[in-house]
Each structure stands twice: as C-alpha cells, then as structure tokens.
Design a protein around this ligand. Sequence first.
Ligand SMILES: O=C(O)CCC(=O)C(=O)O
Ligand SMILES: [Fe+2]
Length: 279
Amino acid sequence: MHLIRASSAVGAEIQGVDLANLSDDEFTRIRGAFNAHGVLFFRSQNLSPEQHLAFAKRWGDINVNRFFTALEGHPQIAKVLKDPEQTHNIGGGWHTDHSYDERPAMCSILHAIDTPESGGDTLFAGMGAAYDALSEPFKAMLAPLKAAHSSRHVFGADALYHRAMQGRIGNPEAATQDSVHPVVIGHPETGRPLLYVNPGFTIRIEGWSPKESGMLLEFLYNHTKNPRFHTRFHWQPGSLAIWDNRATWHYALNDYQGQRRYLNRITVEGCALSPAGAA
Ligand SMILES: O=C(O)CCC(=O)C(=O)O
Ligand SMILES: [Fe+2]
C-alpha cells in the first residue's frame, strides 16, 4: 500500500490496494490516512454494488439519503447521475454533505461507473488548512460562534435546485430539518480544528443580524475558495473517493455537457459535532 499526497492542504491517493479484499491492517491504515488527509482517492476498483456496500459498512452504519434516487434494488446506494440531455448536475457548487442534519454524515463514498471523455472532475477543499491560515485573533472571535444549517432552500419543493434536478432528487417534504453546529468544530477522532460552515447549507450565524451573518460567511467562503486549500480529482471508471464531510468541502464541476456521468454514492452515519478544544 502506497500513499501519495494530492496537495499539501487536502487529499491523498492510495495505491496498491483492492477495496474488495481489504485486510484489517490495510483498513486501519486507510482509516488513519482518511483522518489525516480528509479525502482519499483510489483507482481501478471494480466493485459490485454489494462490494461497495461491504466496504462502506466497515466505516459505520449506512445513512440513507432521503433526497437522492436509489440504485434499483439497492435502497442504500444513491445514484449520482447526469444524462447527456440534462443540464444541471448534482453537487455543482461548494458544499459538504448533510450539514443540515444534527448528526451529519461522517463520510461519502463515491464510485465511478461511467465518466465523460473529458471534464466532470470534483474539487475538494481542506477545512483544517483553511482554518489554520486564519489569524489568531480572528480564530478567537470564531471560537464561540454557532451557525444554523438547512436543507429547505436546496431540497425543498420551492427550491430552484429541486426543480432543476428534473426528478433526480425527491422527497421535498423531508426537507424540514435544520441544525446548529459550532463554526469551528474539533474533528471527532483527531480533535483537529476545522472550519464548519459551507455555501450549500449554512444559513446564518446564530444571534447575528442577517447583514453581519452574510458578511462573515461571505468572508469565510471567499477565504476557503482560495485554490491553495484545494485539490482536484479526475474520475475514470472504477475510481473511488471517500471524503470526510467534517473536514472537507466538495464541488462537482459541470463542464461535460452532452455526455453521461454516473457514479454510485454511499453515505455513512456520523455523530454530533463539538466545538474545537472541547475534547
Ligand atoms: O458527482 C460528484 O463528483 C459529487 C457529487 C456530490 O456532491 C455528492 O455525491 O455528494
Ligand atoms: Fe455532495
């Protein structure tokens, strides 16, 4: 097993493993690398849906996404699909999955089936590196803050995204949950401080006026959008990425109009999030 860092801020590629036949020792090392790098990439993994599920279950219980269309016969696997005639893609803006839940999903495991000839890459941002780059007084200001997150404006019946998705997401009536999390969380396993607000689902800083909230969130988003905190992954059939939803943002590029792109996604349950330093 061999690890190559994808950038100094986030991500690593793991070579020389077969995820369908993973020893306990290999899994332990993969888990350590996941905690250290936020997102791991693998190539040429020819997993059946059952093998994809078996790998996911090593991480924890499966979380069934209530909005995505499931793979036929596999309610625990969501299809991330864009057909040639469709114009919008799933996840085409910076976000982290499930921050609107009180116990946000720990990780998402995406396995590529059909990929476009060119384009369709996914960007990832490292939220530990983004946090580290802030000044100490600014970090101190953020430390006690909490932010509210919601899915209504994304997956609700009136949401533009819901309408643009043309049947690929459903259950708009389930988009009722909101949640509140610290703006800076401690990673549940390593304690590393991570910036935990995202342009997809964060709606306000608790207790701040809409203008104050908008200003701070805009600043944190612009800060994190700096490419020095990012890496970019090019998919091929059989590629697999597993990302930590607490430690990263991601953004699926929509630059392959007229081509089909299809991946299967499994999401693993997470836990309630605590402020950094709370131990
Ligand atoms: O298609 C991708 O690369 C990622 C889509 C996405 O946001 C997700 O599966 O959570
Ligand atoms: Fe996503």
